[in-house]
Design a protein around this ligand. Sequence first.
Ligand SMILES: NC(=O)c1ccc[n+]([C@@H]2O[C@H](COP(=O)([O-])OP(=O)(O)OC[C@H]3O[C@@H](n4cnc5c(N)ncnc54)[C@H](O)[C@@H]3O)[C@@H](O)[C@H]2O)c1
Length: 313
Amino acid sequence: VGRLSKVAIIGAGNVGSSIAFSLMMSNAVSDIALIDINKTKAKGEALDLAHGLQFVPSVNSIQAGDDFSLIKNAVIVVMCAGIGQQKGQTRSDLLNYNVSIFKEIIPEIIKYNNECIILVVTNPLDVMTYVTHKLSGFSSCRVFGTGTVLDSARLRYLLGKHFDISPKDVGAHVLGEHGDSQFVWWSQASIAGIPLSQLQLFSQETMNTIYNKTKDAASQIISLKGVTNFAIAMVVTKIVRAILLDQSRVFTVSNIVDGVYGVSDVSLSLPMVVRRSGTCQKLSISLNDREQKFFLESALKIKKEINQALALL
Ligand SMILES: NC(=O)c1ccc[n+]([C@@H]2O[C@H](COP(=O)([O-])OP(=O)(O)OC[C@H]3O[C@@H](n4cnc5c(N)ncnc54)[C@H](O)[C@@H]3O)[C@@H](O)[C@H]2O)c1
């Protein structure tokens, strides 16, 4: 109560503008700043949104421009500048370009705001989260990415449809990379505490299909409509609310891991507690042998891309 709740969004493209709209409806944010190198686009989106200010209870102002001083006083800076996955392109193809943009942007952020939490959305997500951590010098509590929160939502949607249960009541998580090496934490997947394998409609073959559909969801949407923007905006809004309202929610955000099954100094997704201070509390998890193998493969893949990125810094 009475706390600042300004959120700055860097990159007012498909994703950034959808996040701004979703945050406006969230009733948790008091001020929004939209920053884009394309100043006219940022200003256009802000004006369009500002015409709706009278319809929402919590937002007082929407600022926009190409000037990074707009991020002053923001509690959270959402990073969604950069190019997205094109048809036939992998997330790794984006790496070189997006790292070069972050090298310009992150120093601008810390010039104006040394206290914020940086929430990374730009792909390749885990690598960009790691790069942001390195370039900012912020503690890892204050730099994390949306990670597999979106993938987990996609998984729950598909499982919910299959078992005819609301996705809200499906307890299932995607861990590892926000990308092709992601894996499902099947050993802990349940509905109302009942392991999926004990449910009548369970079949291993269907679970494999659901895993593949979850993993390929972004490509599927991109081939249907060119971009993904709405679900990611809702994911960011959930995380932003958890931070601003100090909710201690558990999300599979991407964060630097330190000594999990022998993996350190890699950013990837595991269940973490998200509150006003960021993600300082990691939950220790137990993976079965198969999951440990997937976890290590995922960490190795990200580590390789991190090394590729570090060579560019
Ligand atoms: N994490 C996820 O789950 C997830 C989901 C969807 C999209 N994404 C990623 O989000 C990113 C953005 O996607 P999009 O569809 O909005 O792309 P977009 O091209 O519509 O928007 C990107 C914006 O970034 C701006 N930009 C470029 N360089 C900049 C700079 N130096 N400073 C400020 N702004 C700059 C561009 O002008 C553009 O408006 C992509 O990397 C995409 O892959 C991630």
